[in-house]
Ligand binder design. Structure first.
Ligand SMILES: [Zn+2]
Length: 295
């Protein structure tokens, strides 16, 4: 799937208006961390209501806006909640929305966690593209306007942001593991193909950490079907091996895009360089970015 072939990339259309999808699309599977079954349905949103997760297995239905104020947890994933209702691991769906330039969408969910699918954002991206893009010409996008450049360190992470002629991201992932060391992934969202370059990059974890994660109730649904496991001397994957030589950096970029979607604004004309990122630092960075733009 390539945007340039069908000219449907909303990010390259300057006045396309807010974007939703044309029809519903459903996916189901097992959550990565909680391990429960769940089903999600992408539903077009006619109003400029942003991205919302809607729990449909409770009465009354509970909508949870994908906004920074609703973030309840950032350990190994980004989770949203209101009151006693929570939706875990929302970042890959949000990344697909960011990559495809979708502004308004209801993500109905039966269950507590977004299904992990193959550990990437590809199944979500393909389902959304399959539903078709709908441009709402009379509803302008809200753009995040940054007045100057800034650099910020949050824990070990570093973020460098500056105004740019296009929207581009560069994320570096470093780890002392002998098979990783340092890798960088880059994308210009208006020109490059998110679906081909970033969406397929999968979640990864270290074999040595998995037991500890499980003790904390995380990675319970994890398997080689939905994650790349890094062992001492090799990568354990589903058949086919790594999808990219720098798959880990690409996945870090995928996660950053998802977490930045929580600003609720469209990003434009911005260059972001990041390293040592985690969901916790991404969410804090997104808050700072919003403060800097005064939105
Ligand atoms: Zn991820």
């Amino acid at each position: 799937m390539n945007f340039s072939e069908n000219s449907e990339n909303p990010l390259s259309l300057s006045n396309a208006g807010r974007t939703t999808i044309k029809k519903t699309a459903s996916l189901n599977g097992t959550g990565l961390h909680k391990g429960g079954k769940s089903e999600i349905t992408f539903v077009p949103a006619e109003e400029p209501s942003g991205i919302r997760f809607v729990k449909t297995d409770v009465f009354p239905r509970q909508a949870i806006e994908a906004g920074l104020k609703n973030v309840i947890d950032t350990a190994r994933g980004t989770s949203l909640g209101i009151g006693k209702h929570a939706i875990y691991t929302v970042e890959h769906v949000l990344s697909a929305c960011m990559g495809l330039g979708i502004d308004d969408l209801d993500v109905e969910i039966r269950g507590d966690e977004i299904p992990a699918m193959d550990g990437s954002a590809l199944p979500f991206s393909l389902a959304l593209l399959g539903a078709g893009m709908k441009f709402k010409q009379n509803q302008p996008k809200k753009i995040l306007n940054l007045s100057g450049k800034f650099e910020i360190s949050i824990e070990k992470a570093k973020y460098k942001v500056k105004p740019s002629g296009s929207l581009q991201f560069s994320v570096t992932y470093e780890h002392p593991h002998k098979l990783i060391k340092k890798q960088t992934a880059e994308i210009c969202l208006e020109k490059d193909d998110y679906v081909k370059e970033i969406a397929p990059a999968r979640t990864f974890g270290f074999k040595s950490e998995i037991e500890e994660l499980r003790k904390h109730g995380l990675a319970l649904g994890g398997s080689l079907e939905n994650a790349v496991v890094i062992d001492e001397n090799c990568f354990l994957t589903s058949p086919g091996g790594l999808r990219f030589e720098n798959e880990f950096a690409r996945h870090k970029l995928l996660d950053l895009l998802g977490d930045l979607k929580l600003t609720g604004l469209s990003l434009r004309n911005l260059s972001v360089e990041a390293s040592y990122t985690s969901h916790r630092t991404n969410v804090n960075f997104a808050k700072l970015l919003l403060e800097r733009t005064g939105k």
